[in-house]
Design a protein around this ligand. Structure first.
Ligand SMILES: [Zn+2]
Length: 403
């Protein structure tokens, strides 16, 4: 008898693109997964992750059981702001913001969670509300074919009420953010292994800013602003989502690994710090023209740039594609006609003079690719890899807390 009720509910979920299971969350009834907007906002790559990865709706007790202790603390933006201001040593060492300074951290509760290799625990099943827990959800959870996404409906609904924002909009933001982690993951995943860069302050900052960038990109107009309001109250690691689109992460490694003497390393740290300090986050009125620069001079600039390790044209073609949505061939044609596209690559970029930034230029996809590439290499910790990441993360933090 009960089976019909159960099948009817599944029937509703079966028409959805993703598999969504209620593992024991009563507040799931207050959220609507059948809205067209939730699915329409996804692009193809996010959609592909959404159809692959099952979503489990869980209550607060279940979510606390699921989220690993190291993900329950995050940087307090006020602390980070003060810390940045009182740094006399330049550049500041982002690793000082580690778990040994307690006052730097705030306790966070998870609204969503992406888990690459789920390890089913009976306690999670037991803590589910039996009146809403679906047998099929328990089965799918125990089968543990990862990855999984967990969403805590109780907290999502409460967050919406606190902010006076529709809980469904909070749901969408949280879901896209977790799908963002899936998009940032790599086939040979480091997730929760010894090599996972997530526990480091720079790793967490890049990962969470990138995931928020991916989520934010999905919204437009008033909804985008409401999502920004939700993000404004997040920990410091999450706030660099705008900066993530605005400045480039340099190609890694910045030099041949294990080639840096201590001086080289110090020099790089300083240059990288200066570079991001001068990087214009907002559109600047700087007037510039390089139309009188010959193609030869332009190439000279690029070579100089390359020598300093800022940008290695190894992946030039994909970089150009991601940023300008055109191939290098077309770009060179523009350049020959004196039409150098705004932003990189430009000699002025190299000259630290600041570049006027077009709104439509989005460095996010190129930065995402580099971050994934780094993880796919096993996240090497040689300074030639890590210093550029630290410099970029420091920039994300600074822009995030000061925005
Ligand atoms: Zn996250």
């Amino acid at each position: 008898m009960c089976i019909f009720v159960y099948m009817a509910k599944l029937g509703a979920f079966h028409s959805l693109p993703a598999r969504i299971y209620n593992l024991g969350s009563k507040a799931a009834a207050d959220l609507d997964f059948t809205r067209e907007a939730l699915w329409r906002r996804m692009d193809a790559s996010m959609g592909r992750k959404a159809v692959q990865i099952p979503v489990f709706l869980v209550n607060e007790a279940q979510m606390d059981e699921l989220s690993p202790p190291k993900r329950k603390r995050a940087l307090d933006p006020r602390y980070v702001k003060e810390w940045l201001n009182r740094q006399e040593e330049r550049p500041p060492d982002i690793n000082q913001l580690d778990f040994n300074s307690w006052e730097a951290f705030v306790h966070v509760v998870a609204l969503g969670l992406y888990v690459r290799h789920p390890q089913p625990e009976q306690a999670v099943v037991d803590k589910g509300d039996p009146s809403v827990q679906e047998p099929e959800a328990v089965q799918a959870y125990q089968a543990a074919e990862g990855p999984h996404i967990y969403l805590c409906c109780e907290r999502i609904v409460r967050r919406g009420e606190q902010e006076g924002i529709s809980p469904n909009l909070v749901l969408d933001k949280v879901y896209y953010h977790e799908l963002g982690h899936a998009l940032l993951d790599v086939p040979k995943s480091l997730w929760d292994t010894e090599d996972d860069p997530y526990p480091t302050p720079w790793g967490r900052t890049i990962e969470e800013s990138a995931a928020n960038y991916i989520a934010y990109q999905r919204f437009e107009g008033m909804e985008a602003l409401l999502v920004q309001r939700l993000m404004a109250s997040q920990p410091a690691e999450y706030l660099g989502y705008m900066a993530f689109t605005q400045a480039p992460l340099t190609e890694l490694p910045a030099s041949k690994p294990v080639s840096w003497a201590r001086n080289d390393e110090q020099h790089y740290r300083w240059e990288a710090y200066e570079f991001y300090q001068k990087w214009p986050a907002e559109r600047s009125e700087l007037n510039w023209s390089i139309s009188n620069l010959s193609i030869w001079e332009w190439e000279e600039w690029l070579r100089a740039w390359h020598r300093r390790g800022w940008w290695q044209p190894r992946h030039f073609a994909s970089w150009i594609n991601e940023v300008y949505q055109t191939g290098p061939g077309t770009l060179w044609t523009w350049v020959r006609h004196g039409e150098i596209p705004r932003l990189l690559p430009s000699p002025l970029f190299w000259g630290w003079n600041g570049i006027p930034q077009e709104d439509k230029i989005d460095l996010g996809p190129a930065n995402m690719r580099l971050w994934r590439w780094y993880k796919a290499q096993g996240a090497p910790r040689a300074p030639e890899y890590v210093r550029p990441l630290e410099a970029f993360a420091l920039y994300l933090l600074r822009e995030g807390v000061n925005a």
